[in-house]
Write a new protein. Structure first.
Length: 385
């Protein structure tokens, strides 16, 4: 198969940040560094537009990608993508959401284009089984990437998908960016007011119900009397911020919790952790934050939801607890505080696993392999026809 440079069109409907935008930014950056031409079609003024420029990709910031029945917006997007396909003739289209998926498929039809379409599915949300979705995914899409085996297994038995044209590729992180750094750790802990004796549990996640912050706060409340040096550091913002802060006051742990909000220096802040926690109850598949904390040699505690158990092996890189529970989470936290040698060993094992399985190079390389195989298969079908 040829190793020639590809022209890749990436699309995504999000205006804000989040894991999906990081996925595209990381992918675009690595592919561009490897000499491929990458264009990202996105909303004007979106976080993705900024991230795409930082990644060195070409940006097509003219899309609207509105949800629901908004015919003018849909028509605008379809014809904008049609024009791009006719003028620029990319080798492959990689879509990442529902709105851009439909727009790309319709644009390809109107352009009489044979450019293959690949879709990545980033979450555990269910897909309705109806005729339109069967046509979209089985007949109008060449290949599906899912970000964990759990989702691949679920969709493989779904009538709207062809399991033979689907694979799982976990998100990747940069182990070098999150390598342990003692100087940065001291600076970060000084900023947040932590002493060497404090044990800091960190959570880097949007303040939303799916991430399970409430369970972490309640578990901390169970431990507050026995472990006076226990602290919590929360990175991220979201709709539940005020509610969670109120809960801290009710539980009597407001002095233990630091709400750092949205940070552009997450790698530096992660150095301040002694352990990472992600007690998700919904949506999570291939967590960036868990892998980043592991790359930083932090032991982690994760719920058994979605793809998280594919990232962390219980007792090796960290501890797994049942999703939506408090007492098992408190027990896991106490275990790490009571056995620092074991916690250190888990942290080192976590970094080894990230370097071996979840690096940016592996993520981008596997995705590139999918592109080349899909392009080759499409060319083979045309030759046969």
């Amino acid at each position: 198969m040829s190793d020639s440079a590809l022209h890749i069109l990436l699309t995504d409907p999000h205006s804000g940040g989040g894991g999906q935008v990081r996925y595209l930014g990381n992918l675009a950056q690595r592919l561009t560094q490897w000499g491929h031409r990458v264009t990202i079609a996105c909303r004007a003024g979106s976080v993705l537009e900024t991230r795409a420029r930082e990644a060195g990709a070409t940006v097509l910031p003219v899309m609207r990608f509105r949800s629901g029945l908004r015919l003018r917006a849909w028509a605008h997007d379809v014809f904008a993508l049609r024009r791009y396909l006719l003028d620029e003739r990319p080798d492959i289209i990689h879509v990442n959401g529902s709105q851009d998926h439909w727009a790309a498929v319709l644009a390809r039809l109107l352009a009489f284009s044979r450019t293959p379409i690949v879709r990545t599915r980033h979450n555990t949300y269910s897909v309705d089984d109806h005729l339109a979705n069967r046509w979209l995914n089985r007949h109008a899409t060449d290949f599906q990437i899912v970000v964990c085996e759990t989702v691949r297994h679920d969709l493989s038995s779904h009538d709207a998908f062809d399991p033979e044209r689907m694979t799982s590729i976990h998100n990747g992180v940069d182990p070098d960016e999150y390598a342990p750094d003692h100087a940065e750790r001291k600076e970060a802990r000084d900023e947040f007011g932590y002493s060497d004796q404090d044990f800091v549990f960190g959570i880097a996640a949007r303040l939303a119900k799916a991430k399970g912050h409430e369970y972490l706060l309640r578990a901390a409340a169970m431990l507050k009397d026995k472990y006076p040096r226990m602290k919590l550091l929360s990175l991220g913002n979201g709709p539940l911020e005020a509610k969670l802060q109120d809960l801290c006051r009710e539980l009597g742990i407001e002095g233990r919790v630091t709400w750092a909000g949205f940070r552009n220096d997450v790698a530096r802040c992660t150095q301040a952790f002694d352990a990472g926690v992600l007690p998700s109850i919904d949506c999570d598949t291939s967590s960036f934050s868990l892998k980043e904390e592991m790359a930083c040699e932090k032991p982690v505690i994760a719920s058994d939801y979605g793809g998280l158990i594919e990232i962390v092996e219980d007792g090796v890189e960290g501890l797994i607890v049942p999703a939506g529970t408090v007492e098992p989470l408190a027990e896991a936290m106490a275990r790490l505080m009571d056995d620092p040698e074991s916690a250190i060993a888990m942290g080192k094992a976590g970094r080894e696993r990230v370097c071996a399985e979840f690096s940016l190079e592996q993520f981008a390389g596997r995705t590139l392999e999918v592109y080349r195989q899909v392009i080759a298969d499409a060319a083979g079908r045309r030759s046969s026809a």
